[in-house]
Design a protein around this ligand. Sequence first.
Ligand code: FE2
Ligand code: FE2
Length: 366
Amino acid sequence: MARKPIKKTKRKTTIEFPQPIDFDGANWNQPEDEYTQFFYEQNLSQFWRPEDISLQPDLNVWDILPDEVKDAYSKNLVVLTFLDTYQGDVGMPVVSRSLDDRFHQRKAVLNFMAAMENAVHAKSYSNIFMTFLPSSKINEMFNWGEKNQNLQNIMSMVVGTYEVLDRYTYTRNYEPQKVDFTEDEFLEAQWKAMTASVFLETWLFYSGFYYPLYFYGQGKLMQAGEMVNLILRDESIHGLYVGKLAQEIFEEFDEAKKEELKGWMFNLLHKLYKEQSELVESIYDPVELSHDVKIFVRYNANKALMNLGFDPVYPQEEVNPVIINGLNTETKTMDNFSMKGNGYQKMKSESLKDQDFIFNKERIVG
Ligand SMILES: [Fe+2]
Ligand SMILES: [Fe+2]
């Protein structure tokens, strides 16, 4: 069914509001832009499964850790799980379906990322829980996340931008007679959702990543650390890609609108930072690492701003070298039977052909 024409808007930029079109297909032979197919390749070559990594070897170390350390480690995994769950269920799909129909390749890349968030990343944290904790403790941890006000506020601010965009997209696509917004207003909602998405990918995850990296950098809980490094490697390209899409939209706004949107963004950043600082204190004070974690949080907030095309706002500070060591992308250990380090590349495959089954001398020689 052809999409109904949408109310005429006043936009004068090169990004066109969707026109009524019939269905078409993704033609991967014609790149949509300079970078999407690169991100496609990168995403697929990084593909991995939670079950690729056996967590059993970490139990020796885990079992002798003090309770407050186990508690902090587990709460961070809950934070990461909640963020990844909604990024997979809502964030990435909403951004994907908000793109014009002609962007089939961009949608495919975002949909692939969406699948990784929950089906691979959130599932990985569940595997760590399953290995390290009894069921009653796992439930206790999830209950903690559901009741933690700072985490809930962070989720609500980020997911809120996704929900606003989704309402715009739905109205535009299915109730065009109810469209009471301009194309600029739609694009603002889209940019805001992408900005929140980059904040989540490149910044908000990192207070949770800190603790697994802290152990990994010291050669402890290595399997869980490998897993987190694989997740981190994915999140890093997610933030870069959505950042590029956001910058493309932002560049089209006039100067006054750019200033207004920057104001909105810094307001969101400060509100998120306040919530995240309190969350960090509640998790890391008992293990006396809050000060260090907050440095890492600011370091990553700066990186998120840069992914969105803005200058850093926090002064440059030295991140704990143990964490930098934990962030090292080279595989620390490799055991082909029990784990795949983050140096793991998915095997390239080729389809079988009839002639592959011809085993005469001629074929072998020729
Ligand atoms: Fe993720
Ligand atoms: Fe992600």
